[in-house]
Design a protein around this ligand. Structure first.
Ligand code: GAR
Length: 212
């Protein structure tokens, strides 16, 4: 059975969605870069081991990344999941987990990488917004796209209402992407993601290169 480690920085609602999805694998640990965050408590309530690698204890990105990698590697996971992990990771860390490090981002990448995605989407006047699950590469919020979900932007939307509807979609597509990985159905071909086997939900928009 494959296993995964989930990295969080806060509320942990995506982590919770992954825990409650009943994935075909084991969640070996949840690790936060901040002590005392809500997500740690939720993980504990589900009987999952939690750890903290407090970023304030490390002088720079490199030493923090090395300490984090040590904790992760002690769990020997097949997959490492960023679920609202809000610390930028260095190249050495990202390259160490190449092809087995996933992130969820609250926009339809490559639009709106970075922070404040919902405010920026409103300012740009886009009519369609959404979220993306992708493999992590050294360039922040880039990397091969695994799955995306789109929502319509409504005339009276605020950043908060958009965030709430996008988050619902994150909670649907992240477990789906992780399930594909756990089932061995994801392949990277020329830096594009291919998914084999049946795709259940046609209300989700998928990355190009999909294989049935
Ligand atoms: C989510 O909306 C996630 O997409 C975003 O942070 C939120 C975390 O919520 N991540 C990023 O912006 C990463 N670039 P959660 O802690 O409730 O899962």
């Amino acid at each position: 059975m494959k296993s995964l480690v989930i990295l969080i920085s806060g509320r942990g609602s995506n982590m919770q969605a992954l825990i409650e999805a009943g994935l075909p694998g084991r969640i070996a640990a949840v690790i936060s870069n901040k002590p005392g965050v809500e997500g740690l408590e939720i993980a504990r309530m589900h009987g999952i081991e939690t750890r903290v690698v407090d970023q304030r204890a490390y002088a720079d990105r490199v030493t923090f990344g090395a300490a984090l990698a040590e904790e992760i590697d002690s769990c020997q996971p097949d997959l490492v999941i960023l679920a609202g992990f809000m610390r930028i990771l260095g190249d050495a860390f990202v390259n160490r987990y190449q092809g087995r490090l996933m992130n969820v981002h609250p926009s339809l990448l490559p639009a709106f990488p970075g922070l404040d995605t919902h405010t920026r989407a409103l300012q740009a006047g886009v009519k369609i917004h959404g979220c993306t699950v992708h493999f992590v590469t050294p360039q922040v919020d880039h990397g091969p796209i695994i799955i995306q979900a789109a929502i319509q932007v409504l005339p009276d939307d605020t950043a908060e209402t958009l965030a709430a509807r996008v988050l619902q979609q994150e909670h649907r597509i992240y477990p789906e992407a992780v399930r594909w990985f756990m089932e061995g159905r994801l392949r990277l071909v020329n830096n594009h993601v291919e998914v084999s086997g049946a795709i259940a939900d046609n209300s989700v928009l998928y990355s190009p290169g999909l294989r049935k």
